[in-house]
Design a binder for this molecule. Structure first.
Ligand code: ZN
Length: 246
């Protein structure tokens, strides 16, 4: 099965459309949460995701838009964008987001586990250092866990060194790579708000039989997204950061 794995769309319709078109035909789309928040097109992004054959988990910005998180936990810009998003969402979009699970360890996924933040704390925890990565490997029972939330494309392997569990981080290259033989945490990066210094939308393609993964970037008309955000009264800093990829 050819699978499109993506995360953190963040209401960025231009980036999401560019990814779907660039990826080409796929058998399924796995979305790792944060469909909404920050960007100008929350309902259109929900509708576009729903038009695909997909599996999806909830992210912290999805929960914020549903009023399921205390907005005091967000920085001022994210809070303003969450309040704006709450006012835009249609009953259909709200029902879709409300129904999203926190994690997907489905038997049908076999070797794969899907979550937004980390398997230990699916909605909020960032996997950013050795401690959180080591803990994360204890939080899922399959070989591979796809996660998002940090907006950084990264591969993390679990290895045993001198009788201790360690983790090895690597930046994905443009060359296809094969998952395993170690257990791995895999982050596809962000569609709608990359934070690795590259403004292009980030995603990956997975062949679930061969385990070959291909990380990809695609250009999109980010100035159009920026202009919409400014027109719609979203925080200027969130609009201008799209051009810089952070
Ligand atoms: Zn996010």
């Amino acid at each position: 099965m050819r699978c499109l794995v993506l995360s953190d769309i963040h209401s960025n319709l231009e980036a999401f459309e560019a990814v779907l078109s660039h990826a080409g035909p796929v058998d399924c789309t796995w979305c790792l949460g944060d469909i909404v928040g920050y960007g100008p097109d929350p309902n259109a992004c929900v509708d576009l995701l729903r038009s695909t054959s997909h599996l999806c988990v909830a992210g912290n910005h999805d929960w914020a838009a549903l009023g399921k998180l205390d907005l005091a936990e967000f920085n001022a810009d994210a809070r303003d964008a969450a309040i704006w998003t709450q006012k835009q969402l249609t009953p259909d979009s709200l029902a879709f987001l409300e129904a999203l699970p926190k994690e997907l360890p489905e038997p049908a996924l076999e070797r794969f586990w899907l979550v937004h933040g980390s398997p230990c704390h699916p909605i909020w925890e960032y996997i950013l250092d050795e401690r959180s990565a080591l803990a994360a490997f204890g939080g899922f029972s399959t070989a591979f866990c796809f996660h998002g939330h940090t907006h950084l494309p990264i591969l993390i392997r679990q290895v045993a060194q001198k009788g201790r569990d360690r983790v090895i981080w690597s930046q994905p290259s443009r060359e296809p790579c094969t998952l395993g033989p170690e257990r791995m945490l895999i982050n596809p990066g962000s569609v709608g708000q990359p934070r690795d210094g590259n403004y292009q939308a980030s995603y990956l393609l997975l062949d679930t039989e061969t385990l070959v993964v291909e990380y990809r970037r695609v250009d999109y008309p980010h100035r159009r997204t920026r202009d919409k955000m400014l027109e719609r009264g979203l925080p200027a800093r969130l609009a201008t950061r799209l051009a810089y990829g952070f």
